[in-house]
Ligand binder design. Structure first.
Ligand SMILES: Cc1ncc(COP(=O)(O)O)c(C=O)c1O
Length: 461
């Protein structure tokens, strides 16, 4: 490689905006060794770049892209991602917004404590912890999760049963890869969690839907039409999205079905920690005397979604199979975040944080509801449930929830239209509204007032 090529590469990177003004570039010696060229070659390229004003040399501080450089107009039109066929949801994941669903109150996260633990965990990383991480997860984290689940969610599991994953979708993929056979019937709630629906459509060809009512998934319907299913994916604590809790009689009915048919219930306990008006509801798994429930959980709702750590509890009879296939299908998660999380749990910070969040979420839900009521007294009705992290505001009249959500989204209120979560069951219409990042009644009111006029117009159409 000659100096001209090095020069051209840097110029191109700067023009494309990949390298930005102020960015540091490698020292001549380092780049020469990296590219296996003589130092003189790199030196020549850097000299031209400095001469033309792309780079500035700062002596001992190294060389940088000229901080005075304003972004260059690109010669080619900027690359645009292709239109997604999931417009509302993908957009929602990537933008800010106080009404986004399922995001913990980020302002209330004990960041200082977290950073302290992170620093300690990084500094104490032992050589053996720098090797390939264990496929099923870092042992102290598996221990801490088992202990948490047994105390707080009423389970009776051993650390050996915990498989740490990168979250919900990884859980579903792994469970089906390990336990399903081609053609197995899989059941999903209707309405149901959008990403679950999308994934299962892709990986489970024999997918069927079971309606949900005020008592959760309709188990009579399941028994009548789908008793032969091998898997049922359910959200018993707070149904996603309706937030209703699966009634106790139905829990028993569902467990009896799984036991008789040797089917598996996949329990998605994504926000089971957040229950406000009564005691915490124990997980369905806590009633499972025949080990037919595969419990799954996530730290996305309790710590932060960027954590990307979830877990599943393997039934005892499946341990060997998960172990065997896990070694083939997975390669373990990065160890450092697991170490930080294990410490956060075992030192008790997690429990304290959850306790605080229960109180905070209850207050923020009230603020949001009061603001909705003040701004739109006749538009919505609510079937308030005991917990969860979002409100379902059903439209009293009309079916324009998609148009309405679009109006709110244009104003950065990242709500979702309820009808979009239904597959086959008769749709209900409304907005699914997150409230965990609303900081005051006044703030909620101001946000809603910003869409008041357009909301009325959209509803009058
Ligand atoms: C119903 C449901 N299940 C599971 C999850 C957790 O997903 P993950 O662990 O991939 O962040 C979510 C998060 O939004 C959810 O809404």
């Amino acid at each position: 490689m000659g100096y001209r090529e090095i020069y051209a590469r840097y110029r191109q990177q700067i023009q494309a905006g990949v390298l930005k003004s102020g960015d540091r570039v490698p020292a001549i010696r380092v780049l020469a060794s990296e590219l296996r060229v003589a130092r003189k070659t790199v030196e020549a390229a850097y000299e031209i770049l400095i001469g033309e004003g792309y780079f500035v040399s700062q002596g001992a501080k190294g060389t940088r892209v000229n901080p005075a450089l304003t972004p260059v107009n690109k010669e080619e039109p900027a690359w645009q991602p292709e239109e997604s066929d999931l417009p509302l949801r993908i957009e929602q994941r990537e933008s800010k917004g106080e009404m986004r669903l399922g995001i913990p109150s980020l302002d209330a996260f004990p960041l200082k404590k977290w950073l302290l633990i992170s620093g300690k965990a990084a500094r104490s990383l032992r050589p053996d912890e720098m090797l390939i991480p264990p496929v099923m997860g870092y042992t102290p984290l598996r221990e801490a999760i088992a202990s948490y689940l047994n105390i707080s969610r009423g389970l009776d599991c051993q650390p050996e049963q915990i498989f740490i994953t990168s979250g919900y979708r990884a859980n579903l993929r792994l469970i089906l890869a390990v336990l399903a056979q081609a053609g197995d019937k899989v059941l999903f709630e209707d309405p149901g969690y959008f990403f679950g629906q999308q994934l299962l459509k892709w990986i489970a060809p024999n997918l069927h839907y079971v309606p949900v009512d005020r008592d959760g998934i309709d188990v009579d319907h399941l028994l009548r039409y789908h008793a032969d299913a091998r898997f049922a994916v359910v959200t018993p604590t707070h149904q996603s999205p309706l937030a209703v809790t699966l009634s106790l009689p139905r829990k028993h009915q569902l467990l009896a079905w799984a036991q008789e048919n040797e089917s598996w219930i996949i329990e998605d306990d994504y926000d089971g920690e957040f229950h406000y008006t009564r005691k915490v509801i124990p997980a369905l798994k806590s009633l499972d005397t025949h080990d037919r429930v595969i419990y799954t959980g996530t730290f996305s709702k309790t710590i932060m979604p960027a954590m990307r750590i979830g877990y599943l509890v393997m039934p005892k009879a499946t341990l060997a199979r998960f172990r065997e296939l896990g070694e083939i299908l997975e390669n373990g998660l990065p160890l450092l975040p697991q170490k930080i999380l294990a410490q956060f749990l075992s030192e008790g910070h997690f429990y304290r944080h959850i306790k605080k969040m229960r109180i905070l979420y209850q207050q923020r839900r009230r603020m949001m509801l009061d603001a909705l009521q003040a701004c739109f007294p006749d538009l919505f009705e609510y079937q308030l449930t005991d917990g969860g992290m979002h409100i379902v505001a059903f439209l009293r009249r009309g079916i324009q929830d998609v148009a309405l959500a679009e109006v709110w989204q244009r104003h950065q209120l990242r709500v979702l239209p309820l009808s979009g979560w239904y597959m086959q069951t008769q749709k209900r219409y409304g907005l699914v509204i997150g409230y965990t990042n609303i900081r005051s009644y006044e703030q909620a009111l101001a946000l809603l007032q910003g869409v008041e006029e357009e909301t009325r117009r959209a509803m009058a159409r």
